[in-house]
Write a protein that binds this ligand. Structure first.
Ligand code: AHG
Ligand code: MN
Ligand code: MN
Length: 335
């Protein structure tokens, strides 16, 4: 079969056997995410038409304004995954606590948990700029047949069995890994079908793009300031190009295709950084490593961090391997 005519549904089935714990459960879960992605895509695409733009008037646990579409995307993903009884637990950036899922006949028999950032880059919604969804999947560590506990969610990123994102951009794409490379699927909106448009995605080893919110420059640690100056210096293939959308998913997606580095360091304003380890950094780190890239907190691999809390934040340096290593050199020199 010509790989490019393969649909996401076919790809999931075809690759089911290469997954070591195969029982069809992960495939059902990925299919559930595929369905929820289409529903959310439909809502996101009509955002400019109906009165669903703007703050929902509530704040999430991090004290940020929730956008209406944040709330909607959160509900759609949780509904799809819980009603189809394919996971035993869900944690979401938009929920204070994790959700344990059970049904009468299943008796906590499902093995997988999902962590999700239902709408990433939500401050971009009302200006018609790309947003995304990020997901991360683990096997539970507590025994099947019992309710999930916090321990199931506080696993290091290394334990992920799958991770991915959906980018609602000029076209809608679902990009994911189950630990055997990264593949990207583009939605044909007329048919409602995702096709394998980007097989075996890889970060170029190095690149020319750096992505960071430079408005925070004065608050950055010395190592980051020095690295930014290095990016801007005229030497060899530098100065690099600065590109920052403000949607992690979109910035990551562009950098993976073109070659680049994304930085969200800690600053004197945000001592732990801003991005969430479990909903944003771990899944992106898994994708990055599977795509020959790298993800670190400036010093150590993101996926080696042992999480302490659900909504933990962490500094994030991610992208083309050589660029992340160079940034780490600057961090090590100035710490
Ligand atoms: P979210 O919309 O899920 O809260 O995430 C926003 C994140 C990330 O997508 C983005 O890269 C970053 O916040 C942008 O932050 P700044 O506006 O501080 O640059
Ligand atoms: Mn986010
Ligand atoms: Mn979000």
């Amino acid at each position: 079969m010509d790989k490019k005519t393969m649909t996401l549904g076919e790809f999931i089935i075809e690759n089911q056997d290469s997954f070591q714990y195969t029982s069809g459960e992960l495939s059902r879960l990925l299919n559930g995410l595929r369905l929820a992605a289409k529903v959310v895509n439909h809502e996101v695409n009509k955002a400019g038409l109906v009165d669903i733009i703007g703050a929902a008037g509530d704040t999430n646990i991090q004290g940020e304004n929730q956008q209406k579409l944040d709330v909607m995307a959160n509900e759609k993903f949780i509904q799809t995954l819980s009603k189809r009884e394919i996971v035993c637990g869900i944690a979401s950036e938009e929920e204070d606590d994790f959700i344990s899922i059970n049904s009468f006949d299943k008796q906590h028999q499902n093995k997988y948990i999902v962590l999700i950032d239902p709408l990433d880059g939500s401050s971009n919604i009302d200006v018609n700029v790309s947003v995304g969804t990020i997901f991360s999947i683990y096997r539970r560590v507590t025994p099947v047949g019992t309710p999930v506990t916090l321990e199931d969610f506080l696993q290091p990123g290394r334990n992920q069995v799958a991770a991915g994102y959906i980018v609602y951009g000029t076209s809608t794409m679902l990009v994911y890994t189950t630990g055997d490379g990264v593949n990207g699927f583009t939605l044909n909106p007329a048919l409602g079908t995702f096709y394998l448009s980007h097989p075996d995605m890889e970060f170029p080893e190095t690149g020319k793009i750096y992505s960071v919110n430079e408005g925070n420059y004065v608050h950055f640690p010395k190592g980051v300031k020095d690295y930014i100056k290095y990016c801007q210096e005229e030497e060899g293939d530098r100065p690099y190009i600065s590109r920052y959308i403000g949607s992690l998913v979109s910035d990551f997606h562009r950098n993976m295709i073109k070659g680049g580095i994304y930085l969200y360091p800690k600053s004197s304003k945000a001592e732990e950084g801003k991005l969430r380890l479990l909903y944003e950094c771990n899944p992106m780190a898994f994708l990055a490593e599977q795509a020959n890239g790298k993800a670190s907190d400036g010093f150590n691999p993101i996926m080696d961090i042992i999480p302490k809390e659900l909504h933990q934040r962490v500094p994030f340096f991610c992208g083309s391997k050589k660029m992340v290593e160079k940034a780490e050199e600057f961090m090590a020199a100035k710490s």
